[in-house]
Design a protein around this ligand. Structure first.
Ligand SMILES: *Cc1c(COP(=O)(O)O)cnc(C)c1O
Length: 229
């Protein structure tokens, strides 16, 4: 019990220190608690301790937990999203981190029309070019984003990436630095409904480096809740 609060305090402290090392305002970084496989009671504990952003990577889990967690929380979809599942979550999530193909953009756009407002999305970028990873190839990022601007129901709020898993988080630094650089390049285009406000990068093993390189949302699971079985 107290365990969770300690973990939370420690993660917040590490975010703060990383921000300060980089000369950034600690308040400019948001902590997204990744709740996949975590039971509702434990999620409720971190919410009661002040966490207000929750992330799930599977639609079904999000749908199960969404109505059960109480408090002023917002849910984000952080995992790969199938086009035929957008209809289940479009009105339950504040941000979709995993926009990575035009067919998905089209599906989101269709639901945005029902909502009567654009849906906030991040474009997931496969910075390191790993075959096993989802995300837009960095060389195709700008043309992809230009194509997405045709959909009036999509508001691109920034970029997301998953760095390759490495033992030494320093090795992930170039990936985060590149994502930051890409966001600057996109920003300079001044496209409609495209705003490079967020960089969703950094997980339990590498979030401090990500904060130093400009992350505005860090996605933390195991450092808060412990290892997943
Ligand atoms: C599981 C997951 C995380 C959190 O991973 P931890 O290493 O447990 O912090 C972050 N982002 C995505 C997309 C995930 O699926």
């Amino acid at each position: 019990m107290g365990h969770l609060q300690e973990n939370l305090g420690r993660v917040r402290q590490r975010i703060r220190e990383a921000a300060m090392r980089a000369g950034r305002e600690p308040e400019s970084i948001r902590l997204l608690a990744v709740t996949k496989t975590v039971p509702v009671e434990r999620i409720q504990e971190v919410v009661d301790a002040g966490v207000d952003l929750l992330g799930e990577n599977r639609v079904q889990e999000l749908l199960d937990k969404h109505p059960q967690v109480r408090g002023p929380v917002r849910w984000h979809m952080i995992g790969t999203l199938q086009t035929n599942k957008v209809k289940y979550i479009y009105d339950k999530v504040a941000l979709i981190h995993s926009l990575d193909r035009l067919s998905l953009a089209q599906a989101i756009d269709r639901q945005a029309a029902r909502l009567g407002r654009p849906i906030d999305c991040l474009v997931e970028v496969n910075v390191a070019g790993e075959e096993s990873k989802h995300g837009v190839d960095r060389r195709e990022l700008i043309s992809f984003i230009r194509n997405v601007t045709a959909f009036e129901g999509i508001h691109i709020c920034g970029l997301m990436t998953m760095a390759p898993y490495v033992d030494d988080p320093e090795e992930a630094r170039p990936v985060f630095r590149d994502l930051y650089q890409l966001s600057r390049e996109v920003d300079e285009l001044g496209l409609q409904r495209v705003e490079m406000r967020h960089l969703s990068m950094g997980m339990s093993n590498d979030f401090e480096v990500a904060v130093e390189e400009g992350a505005t949302i860090v996605r933390i699971g195991s450092s808060l809740f412990g290892g997943r079985s």
